[in-house]
Write a protein that binds this ligand. Structure first.
Ligand code: PLP
Ligand SMILES: N[C@@H](CCOP(=O)(O)O)C(=O)O
Length: 481
């Protein structure tokens, strides 16, 4: 298997090479040349597997250049009850248990890891994969990433103290919750550098792309990424769609749907890959907050990104994103993997702010008519919906959900086909967004052990403007390369 760039110019590479490289040299994102398919017999056999074994079976299809035995060791070391210990049912061996809310409606717990968000599902594996690959190459890696709140802490917890790795993490200054801010900025490991950027998440992600697109600087500074720009992140997220499906069904003739609180489109992109591999997924429902660029696209075929000033700071702040990185991977598939056209469309995003695939007069294509073939639909949730959903879920099901998961449940209830089980992905625990839980319920969210006084710890970070040159200068100053 080879990996190709969505923009079609960069060289094709193996899994291990793109793992360390992140963004393709032509500015595109890597995808496998074809999606591996799963047979009915395989899916049946996978019903018996532990999460770790399921992960290595799926990874083996995407990383043929890593020996299966090594993959097995890596996933066994990653997916343990000690690491994913915050399960609500006390059975941490299950890693991502399904919580039944009512007949046909489930939450899939993905936030039981060290930083209480779904990012830990992939990031813990990425940390181990990086260490394994770097050890073999006697190399080092400077991770340059962007976060709206959860990728950052998941990456820093996964990489702290790891040999040969430094993490430079950009976050939007004063736009994360108090808990998220404390989780990242209270770390004082020598290999962690927190940079608060005077802008929104999209500015942070643009800086990551701009720095990565300077190929000489990238090579010299050994820059890699942990955002879902990195294909390995997406692949590791594919695993829990399989796990969710297998837990909700007893035969492969059944279908399920997933609703995914979405921002950078990495999570639901993994669902798209699982579906392309043949997992019987009926619907993939994109749930957005007030930053509704994706909802607009999946309703109209028009993709129109918003400027920083029109990107709202909301109570589901991790989804405050108007320029979803992984959307490019989906559009690549939607337009028949025509990389020349893909590159033109995404150039147009930079010059005209978007493109239009609605098929209407003056549009850039008519592929929107094919959206349903890919199972996608969408909906939106705003602050008042979020509060009402948090209250409703507590009253009706006795469960407290975080603000992003609440957005997912709100949209899932609107979109579900009652004949097909709907799984809502739980993307964080409520303790991370206590301000809004208090507003909704009048009391604090339950706080897992170990985080009691996190907001009171001393914080270490630097504040910087949206300035590529200053960012590069800061990185080279710290690395000494
Ligand atoms: C809690 C939470 N929910 C939802 C999302 C959106 O996920 P994605 O960016 O993969 O679409 C994020 C950020 O990624 C998040 O941290
Ligand atoms: N919501 C994310 C944004 C970055 O997403 P990623 O999946 O591309 O890393 C965050 O919490 O940082």
């Amino acid at each position: 298997m080879h990996y190709v760039s969505t923009r079609g110019i960069a060289a094709q590479h193996s899994f291990s090479t793109i793992l360390l490289g992140g963004l393709a040299e032509d500015g595109g994102l890597y995808l496998p040349d074809t999606y591996p398919q799963i047979s009915d017999a395989e899916l049946t056999a996978w019903r018996q597997l532990s999460y770790a074994d399921l992960a290595s079976a799926i990874l083996a299809k995407f990383a043929p250049d890593i020996p299966l035995e090594d993959l097995r060791e890596l996933t066994k070391k990653t997916y343990t009850a000690e690491v994913y210990r915050n399960t609500s049912n006390g059975n941490a061996e299950q890693i991502t248990p399904l919580k039944k809310l009512e007949d046909g409606l489930y939450l899939q717990e993905l936030s039981n890891g060290p930083t209480l968000a779904f990012k830990d599902m992939a990031m813990q594996l990425l940390g181990n994969l990086f260490e394994y690959t770097l050890d073999k190459q006697h190399a080092e890696l400077n991770i340059f990433g962007a976060t709206s709140g959860d990728t950052g802490s998941a990456a820093e917890y996964a990489m702290r103290g790891k040999r040969g790795i430094r993490v430079f993490m950009l976050s939007p200054h004063q736009k994360m919750s108090a808990f998220q801010t404390a989780q990242m900025f209270s770390l004082n490991d020598a290999n962690i550098f927190n940079i608060a950027v005077e802008g929104v998440f999209d500015d942070c992600q643009d800086l990551v792309k701009a720095v990565s697109n300077d190929l000489e600087f990238k090579r010299q500074q050994k820059i890699g990424t942990v955002n879902s720009i990195n294909w390995a992140r997406v692949v590791a997220q594919v695993v829990y769609y399989f796990r969710g499906y297998l837990s909700a069904t007893s035969s492969n003739t059944e279908k399920v749907s997933f609703t995914v609180p979405s921002g950078n489109f990495g999570n639901i992109c993994a669902g798209h890959i699982a579906r392309m591999m043949g997992l019987p997924i009926a619907q993939l429902v994109v749930a957005t907050n007030e930053n509704d660029v994706l909802d607009e696209f999946f309703k109209t075929g028009k993709y129109q990104v918003r400027q920083s000033a029109q990107t709202y700071h909301t109570s589901s702040p991790s989804m405050d994103i108007s320029k979803a990185s992984n959307f490019e991977r989906f559009v690549f598939d939607l337009i028949g993997r025509d990389s020349t056209r893909l590159a033109a469309l995404f150039r147009q995003v930079e010059t005209k702010g978007g493109f239009d695939l609605s098929g209407g007069p003056g549009s850039d294509g008519d592929e929107f008519k094919r959206i349903a073939d890919y199972g996608f639909s969408s909906g939106k949730s705003v602050h008042a919906d979020r509060l009402a959903t948090i209250r409703m879920v507590q009253q009706r099901y006795g469960v407290i959900v975080d603000t992003h998961t609440a957005d997912g449940i709100k949209v899932a209830l609107e979109q579900r086909d009652r004949a097909i089980p709907m799984i809502v992905l739980e993307t964080a625990l409520p303790a991370k967004f206590n301000e809004t839980i208090r507003e909704a319920l009048g009391h604090d969210a339950p706080r897992p052990a170990g985080f009691e006084n996190i907001e009171a710890l001393p914080q270490q970070f630097v504040v910087m403007p949206v300035d590529v040159q200053k960012m590069k200068h800061y990185i080279s100053e710290q690395t000494g390369l």
